[in-house]
Design a protein around this ligand. Structure first.
Ligand code: PMP
Length: 366
């Protein structure tokens, strides 16, 4: 592992070293099969076992109700924006979106291609730094579903609770806080997440689907076969060739997750890491600032500015950080500033190194 850095990338992102090393050990000849997982038929008994074990571990780790479908999908979370609308709008034709950041905004926009995406809330005017109280949401009891983004990766806004939307089916994009804490699967009709933050490399998404949406009854006629929940579910997520290698690496990450103590372990780590960084920011007397309201702050993505957004100083910060092995701390191109993503693969010592560096940088540049 020589030469590795502390990688604060927002995704694809740092993976636990142990997982990478196990994949390396098995790379060329997987368990005596004489071939790499990359080279195997997805119908081979070795690969079928890999997929079955990954599904079982997802069910165990996330405590997925037994009647829910577990879907392993391609196209990232972006394809899920349309897939959700195409499979869930049904004859109602309209859905509510709680928009608290750029990803929720994109999901909402995609719904409007196939039906009517209604804005139950939209915090764009606060530059996506808040989550409004439920009393301010405009919910339509006739909506086909309510969609929310559990963690907004660019803006650093996270729901710390499952939104209560009554009897309307609840849909969540959990891409960037998936596998970071226990979740209430049974309160959702559908949860989806791209796995390249906390659970593996890029290339696929995982879905947990309530059975009343798995039978095709709410699928729009124009839904591509490839996106059909029913087709995917009926074929064990192998209607076509899956992202085999990505799926295998996710499987290794899941096994590792079980070994270290499951979601409770990742939740504890995430609380510690984000607590350290927000403590540093809030204790800096305004030298560093996080624009997000405290109750809505993300444990995964921490955006911050330096001296009220001094771009020259931010550039100096990013350059000097590299000398301490602190990489990928630039904010999203759309918002600027800095951003530290604290996913599972980033060890606690990485955050300690970052906060030590932030302290000395502040002392030198006040
Ligand atoms: N939703 C969220 C919350 C994300 O963070 C991302 C990716 N950063 C996406 C959706 C889109 O995922 P993908 O690039 O895998 O399509």
């Amino acid at each position: 592992a020589e030469g590795r850095v502390y990688n604060f990338s927002a995704g694809p992102s740092a993976m636990p070293l142990e997982v990478l090393q196990e994949v390396q050990r098995e790379m060329v000849n997987y368990k005596g099969s004489g071939m790499s997982v990359m080279e195997m038929s997805h119908r081979s008994k070795e690969f079928m076992a890999i997929a079955a074990e990954a599904e079982k571990n997802l069910r165990d780790i996330f405590d997925v109700p037994s009647d829910y479908k577990v879907l392993m999908l391609q196209g990232g979370a972006t394809l899920q924006f349309s897939t959700v609308a195409l499979n869930m709008l049904g004859t109602k034709g309209k859905a509510d979106y709680l928009v608290t950041g750029q990803w929720g905004e994109k999901a909402h926009k995609e719904c409007n291609k196939y039906g009517t995406g209604q804005l139950a809330c939209n915090t764009k005017s606060t530059k996506f730094t808040t989550i409004p109280q439920k009393s301010e949401w405009k919910l339509d009891t006739e909506a086909a579903y309510v969609h929310y983004c559990a963690n907004e990766t660019v803006n650093g806004v996270e729901f710390s609770y499952t939104p209560d939307v009554g009897s309307v089916p609840l849909v969540a994009d959990m891409s960037s806080n998936f596998c970071s804490k226990p979740i209430e699967v049974g309160k959702h009709a559908y949860i989806y997440a791209g796995i390249q933050k906390n659970l593996g490399p890029a290339g696929m998404a995982v879905g947990f689907l309530r059975p009343d949406f798995a039978d095709g009854s709410k699928e729009l006629k124009i839904c591509p076969t490839y996106c059909s929940f029913k087709t995917t579910g009926d074929n064990g997520s192998m209607y076509n060739t899956p992202a085999c290698f990505t799926l295998y690496v996710m499987g290794e990450y899941l096994k590792y997750t079980k070994k270290v103590g499951g979601l409770a372990h990742w939740a504890e780590q995430s609380d510690k890491k984000s607590g350290m960084l927000y403590g540093m920011i809030d204790g800096s007397d305004g030298f560093y600032q996080c624009p997000v309201e405290k109750s809505a702050r993300s444990r995964m993505n921490v955006p911050f500015t330096i001296k009220g957004g001094d771009e020259a100083l931010e550039k100096k910060f990013l350059d000097e950080a590299k000398k301490h092995k602190l990489y990928t701390l630039a904010g999203h191109r759309s918002v600027g500033g800095c951003r530290a993503s604290l996913y599972n693969g980033l060890p606690l010592e990485g955050v300690a190194t970052l906060t030590d560096f932030m302290k000395s940088f502040m002392d030198e540049n006040r």
